[in-house]
Design a protein around this ligand. Structure first.
Ligand code: IPD
Length: 269
């Protein structure tokens, strides 16, 4: 199938900016944001902005490309017939958004025949937009970006995140107990798409998390990969829901081996 990545990128970027402006306006308009619903656990929340943004994004994408499919965090999968599927997180970092913390993003990726070819992550609070086209490099606000050249795990700044399930969190905390003493420091920013873009930009040397969904990682993983990160799972698997590791090449072998030893891809048994 032939696609025009530049056209997909332009559509993803304009849509992410429009949705981002809308959710940012809504957040600025209130001192406290209400939880509209909860999902997997009481801490896994949805605001009215999440659903309004996903509706807007679906309308814009399907108005331009009616035969495409869409997989969105809030409304699930709508099948298409063109071979292009959009993967959408209307607000990644909803808990940050709820609390008025500026680390949240609209994340939109386009897959052609199952392969992510375009990724856009837009943080409306900072005004930053990361873009990537497969084979075309990664950019922040139009400027080419690159991962760090860090080659020592003890000097590596490592990002991570936690799922919403309490047992999984306990396991993730146990992994951290052994990781914190052997790296420069740990960050938990609260938006996986931004963590991945921060690896791409050199704000983190590595990021790993268990349990991410396609909408959390599709766009950001392409940005990280195109900026030179190794994007991988553990034990010879590809990056995915079991474990996403995006890492500057100089520390990936050591960090991957350590995460395997600590069982970062396992839950409590
Ligand atoms: C969450 C964020 C968070 C990560 C969670 C994700 P959401 O996405 O990306 O950083 O730790 O695993 O579910 O729920 O805010 O879209």
């Amino acid at each position: 199938m032939t696609v025009d990545p530049a056209a997909l990128l332009a559509l993803a970027e304009s849509t992410a900016r429009e949705a981002g402006a809308m959710v940012h306006r809504r957040r600025e308009a209130v001192e406290r944001m209400d939880v509209a619903a909860t999902k997997s656990t009481p801490t896994d929340v949805v605001t009215e902005s999440d659903t309004a943004a996903e509706t807007l994004i679906r309308e814009r994408l399907l108005a331009a490309r009616p035969d495409d499919g869409i997989l969105g965090e809030e409304d699930g999968h709508t099948a298409g017939s063109s071979g292009v599927d959009w993967v959408v997180d209307p607000i990644d970092g909803t808990v940050n958004y709820l609390y008025g913390m500026p680390q949240y993003a609209v994340s939109i990726a386009a897959r052609a025949d199952g392969v992510v070819v375009v990724g856009v992550v837009h943080n409306p609070a900072s005004g930053e937009t990361w873009t990537a086209v497969r084979g075309g490099g990664a950019h922040l606000d139009g400027r080419a970006i690159r991962v760090t050249s860090c080659d020592r795990l003890d000097l590596a700044m490592v990002g991570t995140g936690f799922g919403y399930d309490a047992d999984r969190r306990a396991r993730q905390a146990a992994v951290l107990l052994d990781l914190v003493p052997v790296v420069r420091d740990i960050r938990r920013a609260g938006a996986a798409s931004l963590d991945l873009c921060w690896v791409a930009t050199g704000r983190l040397d590595a990021y790993y998390e268990r349990g991410l969904k396609a909408w959390d990682m599709a766009a950001g993983a392409l940005v990280a990969e195109e900026a030179g990160a190794v994007v991988t799972g553990l034990r010879g698997t590809e990056a995915g829901e079991d474990l996403m590791l995006a890492c500057t090449p100089g520390v990936v072998d050591e960090l991957r081996a350590l995460l395997e030893r600590l069982g970062a891809d396992r839950d409590l048994s």
